[in-house]
Design a protein around this ligand. Structure first.
Ligand code: MG
Ligand code: MN
Length: 691
């Protein structure tokens, strides 16, 4: 009691002294017309890609990794000392390193995630939170961020290893507390070098306010972790709730870290990619992510143009060259550390206020080859030693044998043109699991006579660049036998924290569902003599569900000449046209079962919520299918094909270069030849749709 009293008196004395002697000396000293140029730096969707290394193939991959982004950060800091380094979320999940530290051997409170060790060393100023941060559950997230969520039953230890910079999340509240689970915003006090009108430099203090947003869909995607515990509010409502408070506390610049993409459709508090609408709130800069795309288009020679899903945004709102959305500078730094977003803004001191000089703003999504379009930046050498122990332990974990071999390579290179070598085994595992549950669980007895089918997608099929493809036997020739390891199910099923769920739907729903993957294709005009890109955007390729039933019993065709939504033809089950009123049970994952891709996937049709992860179910199925998986039994079904179409001009698909032999080994004659590289380094393969 005595100690406390003494402290209060002291604190009051210090406060009085300050009111008298230190009232804003810097602000008073800034001459009118002083300017400061600051660079807001963004990483997004790192997904545990810390080193330039692929744990699924156990091989270096120089196209990705935060150790190389670190070199971009260093260069940006050399160009301008006034930087604010921010992360836009989706960082703790995504590679075997993430699974290793969260599931296989979870870090304890006393340890710091390898990810956060690296980010702390890079001296991040602040970070947002992505949807994938919730994948390992609230207790884990609470611990590894050392954040008390105020949620009953979610108890972290004291002083856990965590980021040494603030994390913000503006639109997620605890149900019982009614308060944000993370700080809804942070005000970063930065000292920057400014230039006075006489040309002399001076240090000034700038308050950078940051907010963070996640898609409301986390409530469906991570229902098992979040149901009844958190609510998600609309991004615009949440921004408008806190920005006035940030401004009144002196924020000179407000930056939204929005883990969501750009979607110009009418605003709804429920929309997944609501970032564009944040430009109508009082923000100065917008950092976006979640879509794993490049915005604005790359400046380097031959760098990526805007993804088709961004280039179709209304030009009166979105300038994809300058990086402006409704006049607000906006950046998206792709994913996996492959780009650094840089928003450079100039502020001028006018009448006691810092005012953004809008015409001096530049925006860039800088890649590893930014200097000349071909020279790769080196990895920053100080990063790898920080996490050497975790890196080696992950490799050892990844290399443990499963005890089963495969006689055929399982790859997703040609999944978009019919190869199921990386998908069928997942579907077989899911189907087997659901059948076993129905046969053994009395509460599911009512479903005994309903056909059980399964769907899964090529989750790694080019979304994150030309090396982003599932390839389970990278070093093996088709004829050799490849011993499967722990890392392989992760390559086949990259979302390690999806849990299996099953839905009961009607034939009419099945057809509607199939239209979603069919919609990934461009509408092909058979009369065109010019080149046509069969899959113009890879940004939602994880929605390319491929269905499966025993004995290739489910068949369907996709007519790419038809508009989206009316492409499915000749849908049959056991050679009979599917009755719209017939029942089917579909084995899938929790992300999909309640993900509302179609109205029937609204959660009401779920009959089974498994506590088991799809990835673990695949691993178990592979083990029990040993000693050897065969192409005939596990990888050669052909559930779907294109409606045969002869085109006047060439149609092509973008895949890793040098993989024509894979298509030939899979007996896919519609893959004719490889004809060159596109600007992003994808091989272009000619596809004959009449095959
Ligand atoms: Mg995301
Ligand atoms: Mn992501």
């Amino acid at each position: 009691m005595k100690t406390k009293f003494t402290f209060s008196v002291l604190a009051a004395a210090v406060l009085v002294a300050c009111v008298a002697g230190c009232n804003s000396p810097t602000a008073d000293a800034i001459p009118e017309g002083t300017t400061v140029k600051l660079s807001l730096l963004e990483t997004t969707d790192i997904h545990q890609n810390l080193l330039s290394y692929n744990y699924y193939s156990l091989a270096a991959d120089t196209s990705l990794g935060l150790e190389r982004t670190a070199s971009l950060i260093k260069a940006a800091r050399a160009e301008n000392p006034n930087t604010v380094l921010l992360d836009d979320g989706d960082n703790i999940q995504g590679t075997l390193l993430g699974d290793f530290q969260a599931v296989a051997t979870p870090v304890t409170c006393g340890q710091t995630l390898a990810l956060h060790k690296v980010m702390n060393a890079l001296q991040y100023d602040g970070g947002g939170v992505g949807n994938h941060e919730f994948n390992y559950g609230l207790p884990f997230l609470s611990q590894v961020t050392n954040t008390d969520f105020g949620i009953p039953g979610v108890n972290k230890g004291t002083g856990c290893g965590a980021p040494n910079y603030p994390l913000v999340l503006t639109n997620v509240d605890g149900v019982s507390s009614g308060k944000p689970i993370f700080n809804p915003y942070a005000l970063l006090d930065k000292s920057f070098v400014a230039t006075k009108p006489d040309g002399v430099t001076t240090l000034v203090k700038i308050k950078v306010g940051i907010l963070g947003f996640v898609p409301p869909q986390i409530l469906q995607w991570d229902q098992k972790n979040l149901e009844g515990k958190v609510v998600v509010n609309g991004v615009v409502e949440s921004a408008n709730k806190y920005i006035p408070e940030m401004r009144s506390k002196g924020a000179n610049v407000v930056v939204a870290l929005s883990h969501g993409g750009l979607d110009a459709s009418a605003y709804s508090p429920k929309m997944e990619n609501g970032s564009l609408h944040l430009t109508k709130t009082d923000i100065d800069a917008l950092m976006v992510g979640h879509s794993h795309l490049v915005f604005p288009m790359a400046k380097e020679t031959g760098g990526p143009k805007l993804d088709v899903s961004l280039s179709s945004l209304p030009a009166d709102q979105v300038d994809g060259v300058k990086g402006l959305v409704n006049g607000v500078p906006t950046v998206m730094g792709q994913s996996w550390g492959r780009r650094l977003g840089i928003i450079s803004m100039t502020l001028a001191y006018r009448s006691g206020k810092w005012v953004v000089q809008k015409d001096l703003t530049t925006v860039e999504a800088r890649g590893f080859k930014y200097t000349d379009g071909s020279t790769l930046v080196a990895a920053e050498p100080s990063i790898a030693p920080l996490i050497d122990t975790e890196h080696k332990a992950t490799i050892a974990y990844a290399s443990q044998p499963l005890g089963t071999s495969t006689e055929f390579p399982m790859s997703a290179y040609f999944a978009l043109v019919g190869d199921v070598s990386a998908i069928q085994i997942v579907n077989q595992a899911q189907q087997d699991y659901v059948r076993t549950q129905i046969a053994s669980n009395p509460t599911l007895a009512a479903y005994k006579n309903i056909p059980v089918i399964s769907c899964s997608a090529p989750f790694k099929a080019g979304r994150n660049g030309p090396t982003d493809f599932t390839d389970v036997a990278p070093a093996a020739t088709p004829a050799s036998v490849f011993a499967l390891q722990v890392r392989n199910p992760g390559d086949l099923y990259v979302f390690g924290n999806n849990n299996l769920q099953a839905v009961k739907i009607k034939g009419v729903d099945l057809k509607a569902w199939l239209e979603i993957p069919a919609g990934q294709f461009a509408q092909i005009n058979p009369m065109l003599t010019t080149e046509q890109d069969l899959v113009p955007s890879y940004s939602t390729i994880f929605n390319f569900d491929v269905f499966y039933a025993d004995n290739n019993g489910l068949k369907y065709e996709i007519d790419v000449t038809k508009p989206k939504g009316s492409r499915i033809a000749n849908l049959t089950y056991n050679s009979v046209a599917v009755d719209p009123a017939a029942d089917f049970i579909v084995a899938t994952n929790d992300f999909r079962a309640g993900g509302k891709l179609i109205p029937a996937l609204d959660g009401s049709t779920i009959i089974l919520k498994s506590p088991d992860a799809n990835q673990a179910i695949v691993a178990d199925y592979i083990k029990k299918s040993g000693p050897k998986l065969t192409l005939a039994a596990n990888g050669a079904s052909r559930p779907w094909s294109f409606v045969k179409t002869t085109t006047a001009g060439p149609v092509f698909l973008r895949v890793t270069t040098g993989k024509l032999a894979v298509a030939q080994a899979q007996n896919l004659p519609r893959v004719v030849s490889e004809t060159g590289l596109d600007a992003n380094g994808f091989g272009k393969y000619r596809i004959d749709l009449s095959q």
